[in-house]
Design a protein around this ligand. Structure first.
Ligand code: SAM
Length: 284
C-alpha cells in the first residue's frame, strides 16, 4: 500500500471516498515522514504496550503505531472517517477503531479492559478545540497511563512547559507540571499538513509521575488556590485571592506570610512549591 503520508495519496484517498476535511473537527492531516517518525519515536513504544490514539484521521500515525505496539485503540469522532480507517489499516490485526467523541469516552475503562498489556501510552495530533479539556480530563480522572505525547498549537505547548515569571505561565502550566514531567519534542511548521492550518504546532510529551511533583494536603484546595491566583493575573496575590475566595484581606495576608510569600507578588511568580505551601497553610 502507498505511504499514507504522501500528499498525492492523502488527496487520492479523500477523492476516492468523497471526503472533505472539516474545520469543526480540526482536521489537518500530516504529510511529513520525518515528523511522523519523530512523534512515534518519542512515544517510545514497546511491543507489549497498549497505545490509545486520539483522532486518527485517515490513519497516518496509526499505521506507524501499529507496527510497534501490542495493540492500538484509535478513537475518532467523525464517522465518515471510519470506512477510510478500515481500508487504510486493513493489513493490521492489532488496531481497533472506535467511533466516539474522546471527551465523552471512559478512558480508564477503555484501558483497564486491556490488562494484558504492560503499559498504556496516549498519543494524538490534537484538534485545537479539545487540547486543554482532553489533557485535563486525562489528568483529573487519573487515567492510568505512562505518558501522553501530543501535537498541539505552539502557544499551548509554550504554556504547558512554562516556568514561573512569564506570560505563558498559568493555571494550565501548574496543573500539568503537578501531575507530569514535561518534555519538548519538536517544533512542527504549518506546511506539513493537508489542509495547511493557520498556526504552527509543537510536539510535547507528558510523562505521568507516580507521585505529584509537590506535596499537597488537599488537591481541591490546591487547584482552587491556583485558579484564584490566576483569576486576575495583573492584581497582587493579596487582592486576587481575597476577591476570588471572598475572604478578608487580613486572613489572606496571614496565610501568605505563613507561606513565606510577599502579599504584593503576582501569581505568575509563584512556583508549584509556593502554591502547595499556600494551599496547605490555608487549611491548617
Ligand atoms: N492523526 C491524524 C494525522 O495526524 O494526520 C489526524 C489529526 S487531525 C489534527 C485531528 C483528528 O481528531 C481528526 O481526525 C478529527 O476528526 C479528530 N477529532 C476531532 N475531535 C475529536 C474528538 N472530540 N474525539 C475524537 N476525535 C476527534
Amino acid at each position: 500500500m502507498d505511504k499514507l503520508y504522501s500528499p498525492a495519496t492523502v488527496n487520492k484517498i479523500m477523492n476516492k471516498h468523497h471526503f472533505k476535511t472539516s474545520k469543526k473537527y480540526g482536521q489537518n492531516f500530516l504529510i511529513d515522514e520525518n515528523i511522523i517518525h519523530k512523534i512515534v519515536d518519542a512515544v517510545d513504544i514497546k511491543d507489549n504496550d497498549l497505545v490509545l490514539e486520539i483522532g486518527p484521521g485517515i490513519g497516518t500515525l496509526t499505521a506507524e503505531l501499529a507496527k510497534r505496539a501490542g495493540k492500538v485503540k484509535a478513537v475518532e469522532i467523525d464517522k465518515k472517517l471510519v470506512p477510510i480507517l478500515d481500508e487504510n489499516l486493513a493489513e493490521f490485526n492489532n488496531v481497533e477503531t472506535i467511533n466516539e467523541d474522546i471527551l465523552n469516552t471512559n478512558i480508564n475503562e477503555m484501558i483497564s479492559n486491556e490488562e494484558k498489556y504492560q503499559s498504556a501510552k496516549i498519543i494524538g495530533n490534537l484538534p485545537y478545540y479539545i487540547t486543554t479539556p482532553i489533557i485535563m480530563k486525562i489528568l483529573e480522572e487519573k487515567v492510568s497511563v505512562k505518558s501522553i505525547t501530543i501535537m498541539v498549537q505552539k502557544e499551548v505547548a509554550d504554556r504547558l512547559k512554562a516556568g514561573p515569571g512569564g506570560k505563558d505561565y498559568g493555571a494550565l502550566s501548574v496543573a500539568v507540571q503537578y501531575y507530569c514531567d514535561v518534555t519538548f519534542i519538536a517544533q512542527v511548521p504549518r506546511n506539513v499538513f493537508i489542509p495547511k492550518p493557520n498556526v504552527d504546532s509543537s510536539v510535547i510529551r507528558l510523562d505521568v509521575r507516580e507521585i505529584p511533583s509537590v506535596k499537597v494536603d488537599d488537591e481541591k484546595v490546591f487547584f482552587r488556590m491556583v485558579k484564584a491566583g490566576f483569576s486576575q493575573r495583573r492584581k497582587t496575590l493579596l487582592n486576587a485571592l481575597s476577591h476570588f475566595l471572598n475572604q478578608p484581606k487580613e486572613e489572606i495576608e496571614k496565610i501568605l506570610i505563613q507561606s513565606d510569600i510577599d502579599p504584593l507578588r503576582r501569581a505568575e511568580t509563584l512556583s508549584l512549591q509556593d502554591f502547595a505551601a499556600l494551599s496547605n497553610n490555608s487549611i491548617k
